[in-house]
Design a protein around this ligand. Sequence first.
Ligand SMILES: [Fe+2]
Length: 341
Amino acid sequence: MTAATFVLDPLLPPADADAVVDIVEQFPGYGLYAVEKSASAFAADVPQRIDAVMNHVRSGRRAGRAESPDLLVARTNYLRETFAYGDDVRAPGIERLWHHEGLAEAARELFGRPVVEPAIVYANILLPGQELAVHTDVPEFRGANRKVTPQWLIVVMHQSGLFEPWRMPIATAVTYFGRDGAGRPDGGALAYWPDGPDGAVHRLATGHNTGILLDTDTVYHGVERLGPPDAVPPTLRAANVLEHDGAAWQLRPERGSSETLATWGWDEIRVSLSWKAYCFADEAERTAWRTNADDLTVDVILDRLRADLGERGVGPVDDLADAELARLLIDTYQRYPEPVA
Ligand SMILES: [Fe+2]
């Protein structure tokens, strides 16, 4: 079955789109995206998105792009800052995107669920030579979210189909902004698989004031390499920060520094704003989610998955170390698209 996707072009009225570009420039610096850890003791040493990392390395090898682990890390070491989250608006003026009716309407249609509650807007910035590995986003279930449950496990839960009554469908819009007239960067298209991992890849090129809304928790997607094919990604350190100084994007060693490590124009970097909204069937469902009635726990989730592995003839699983069980679950339920050249 083909997943629904909504391309919004143009996304906002032109003046609002220009205002968003100003907001992006005026935001006080973009740091590296640091993946948060969950509070669960289960498989605490397993990286949060081990599923996507394993696939990235494996598919790179299959496509004949064997790159060193350091280079792979540099390619996906992008920048992220949150603009709005719940009641916390950190980028004043972003409400024009946060509460944009066109996004809410597409979200209602995506799942046929009328109660849409925007949850977050964040900016992702990719630099030349960077890319995003193919993945699905981390979904959310009542009682299982990235604060308390390992991210790869939440992804496996969705792929297994065993927990759908607890799932909170999330609509995601990936929106793109660039300085009008500055030109757009080479590469950096969104690659996505609306017909599933065996279907054809679709591509959406970056274009100022455009966006696409879809279920990124289900539809595999990634971002193709930005810049010319031979672009080498910068080596970034944890304290580095990217700022716009009114003329160009400057990479600084740390916040407060005026030293420049590298400079890019709008035509070289990729700025996307991701918008995510919970989509509830009705107020009763929203209340169950808010009050944590009917929540899953990690123990219940693992018991159900172990039982399903048994039914599939995979196992025995009772004596496996956490990391081995993690790998078995990922290998059993996750199936990525084949790499595209
Ligand atoms: Fe994603």
